[in-house]
Design a protein around this ligand. Sequence first.
Ligand code: NAD
Length: 552
Amino acid sequence: MPRDNPRNPGFPIPSGPDLRAKGWRQEALLRLLENVLAVGEDPENLVVYAALGKAARNKAAHDAIVAALTNMDEDQTLVIQSGKPVGLMKTSAQAPMVIMANCNVVGQWAKAENFYELERKGLICWGGLTAGAWQYIGSQGVIQGTYEIFMRIAERRFGGTLHGRFVLTAGLGGMGGAQPLAGRMAGAAILCVEIDPERARKRKEIGYLDEIAPDLDSALRRIEQARAAGEPLSVGLVGNAAEIYPDIAGRGIVPDIVTDQTSAHDLVYGYIPVGYDLDRVRRLRSQNPSELIEAGRASIAKHVEAMLQFQRSGAEVFDNGNLIRTQAKEGGVADAFDIPVFTEAYLRPLFCRAIGPFRWMALSGEPSDIARIDDLVLEMFPDNYIVTNWINLARQNVPFEGLPARIAWLGHGERSALARRVNQLVQSGELQGPVAFSRDHLDSAGMAHPNIMTENMRDGSDAIADWPLLDAMLLCASRADLVVIHSGGGGYAGFMTSAGVTIVADGTGAADERLEQALDNDTGLGVIRYADAGYLDALDEVAKKKIGRIEI
Ligand code: NAD
């Protein structure tokens, strides 16, 4: 029986032991598709997050995917082109159930304007990474990512804690909405600027924001009180970040950490320029998108100038993966790239060892299944502080949004070891149902993005997209259940290529083999990618874990 979903009432959360499809592998993928809509921002329009990141091309495509997943046999593979099912092919029970290519446009054509045109013609849609690949689990993934970034900064600069520190950020959308909770979990007093009052209200309603301040003076007063008392506090402020950041800088106030998660990557469907209200922006999207692009770049220039001013005054400032520096540079801010990107600044040593955002979803819909796996993780990795700390924190602070799910930054060999133990628990009936394993696309082998994941690679290989393409092919050869090759659309057009994977632990021996092979090959290739670029941590991991790298 599906569970009611107060967040999106027409989109129940799948659950229970009954199969609608012919096997758990198909049923699992069907439930994951339902789940991304259940937790999505605008499921009626199939939008999961980031303004345009969709689960399927259109309603007809969605319904055809559901029908195919429900009726297909295990020895068939469903082929999906940018959110539209185009073929149900005879393969073998060893092959992936679903393969996808989302939003890949050949190099010279991979530009935002071409993407919008193709989208308007109904020929393509942007999968937004995990949205189109049905792997999104709500805010938890990004809560942990943001929390780990804050903690790495805390360790480096603030004696290991953010208690008594002021974090300034903006954007409370699908992903950015996780920031207030992550900041509070790290102990900070965090101020989040958001232009859309409805978005701020939503984050307050689910408890991520402690309060919404009526104006900037009150917001800064509350932040200063919390900072002085060393108390965690998250405050929302409705306003335009391109006005508020310069205003704060103009007062001579220097936050300890500054970042931003407005949808700056997309100047038509995302970022709101100064002086434009939401209704006007909605009208201009179809009537005059170039006006929005021009005004957006001018606002982002001011926004980033203020971030640079904070940086020069001693704040830790970073780009959190929304292309704000790239837009600012286009808008004339020559030194925008003095701001580092979070991956290079804080996370690369982890990626060198293929430690990244691994995740799992309880397909039964039962929170007790995740609780049991939480215990298992604590048992299996007692000395892994990042993981044990997160599991304990998440248990207390992170509500499940759709299917109960958990995320943990595990590396090579750890992911497969955990997944195979879980598969045994499914087999023995200790868990109420199968479990799907997946990861963010922002993972060692999974992503080439020269302004986020692979910026300033040691050997200059930033823009080489061979790695995620090889990863996807290797994952197919390793019999993963769903494999996707994805590229950026909208404002990300031409900026990135990624690979995603999902594997279902249904308690069978075949799943055991799939989990071991696909997970180890995915992380193994990730380590090889960084070893190939000359990172010593990765070379060490190759030697330590005996990964099959060919060295020439
Ligand atoms: P979203 O579109 O759901 O939300 C963006 C929010 O920014 C909206 O609520 C919007 O009202 C607000 N906003 C727009 N312009 C503003 C302005 N000038 N001032 C204040 N608020 C403004 O997008 P999202 O899913 O939250 O993602 C945000 C950005 O982060 C995107 O660019 C996304 O691609 C990026 N992202 C990065 C990572 C990462 O790996 N670090 C992960 C996820 C998303």
